[in-house]
Design a protein around this ligand. Structure first.
Ligand SMILES: [Zn+2]
Length: 229
């Protein structure tokens, strides 16, 4: 099969997943299931890394430089979090394997929180709740979390901070922290969650595969055109 046939085949795949690949088709995708709508939204947000991207499974490295480039990455993360209606976002979710994340559970700009090189001390009796993840649209997982989190972290200037959190904030911190050690809510699925989410996870894998093939096809096509010239 040559590249052109491969490309043509990808273009013609009539499955609904293909809709999510095209921003122009977003409105069509929104008429699909809520899971598809979530995929369409996530894919419209530039830079958001989606499951099963291997970066989500990687343990992040410690931040050593507290410079202006870190600040601009964090500003960008805060806007991506806001744009996507999320309450937390970790660096690997925008393709950066460094140990930091941002949170904001109220949506008010003054409540933006930035945690760099965080260490958690968790306590209390485990509580159960359903969690979603911006990188795994359409998937919900019942997670057990601690109600209290004492966080030792660095701020944007590299100063060490210690702060205690409870309730929703403590839970978001645990979710985001896990991203920095290469874990996501899919690692917390029990048997029921595995069954419920299987279709959607397969769908996300298929979309990623199609996109990879599409990019590869485009790359080869460009190379071919370059050779002809
Ligand atoms: Zn997440």
């Amino acid at each position: 099969m040559n590249e052109n046939t491969a490309l043509a085949e990808i273009e013609q795949i009539p499955i609904t997943d293909e809709l999510a690949l095209k921003n122009a088709d977003r409105s069509k995708a929104e008429n699909e299931s809520p899971e598809m709508k979530e995929i369409a939204t996530a894919k419209n947000i530039r830079k958001l890394v989606l499951y099963p991207d291997p970066i989500l499974k990687k343990e992040c490295k410690k931040v050593e430089k507290f410079d202006s480039s870190l600040k601009s990455i964090i500003d960008e993360m805060l806007s991506i979090m806001r744009e996507s209606g999320g309450i937390g976002l970790a660096a690997p979710q925008i393709g950066i394997s460094d140990r930091f994340f941002v949170c904001n559970i109220s949506g008010k700009p003054e409540d933006d929180m930035i945690f760099i090189n965080p260490k958690l001390e968790l306590s209390g009796k485990l509580v159960s709740g359903v969690e979603k993840c911006l990188s795994i649209p359409g998937v919900s997982v019942e997670c057990k979390r601690y109600p209290k989190a004492k966080v030792t972290y660095k701020d944007l200037n590299g100063n060490e901070m210690v702060q205690e959190f409870t309730g929703k904030m403590a839970i978001v911190i645990q979710h985001e922290y896990e991203h920095t050690i290469g874990r996501t809510i899919t690692d917390r699925m029990n048997l029921t969650d595995q069954v419920i989410n299987k279709r959607q996870l397969d769908r996300l894998k298929k979309i990623a595969q199609l996109e990879k093939e599409k990019q590869e096809g485009l790359r080869k096509k460009a190379e071919q055109e370059r050779r002809i010239k």
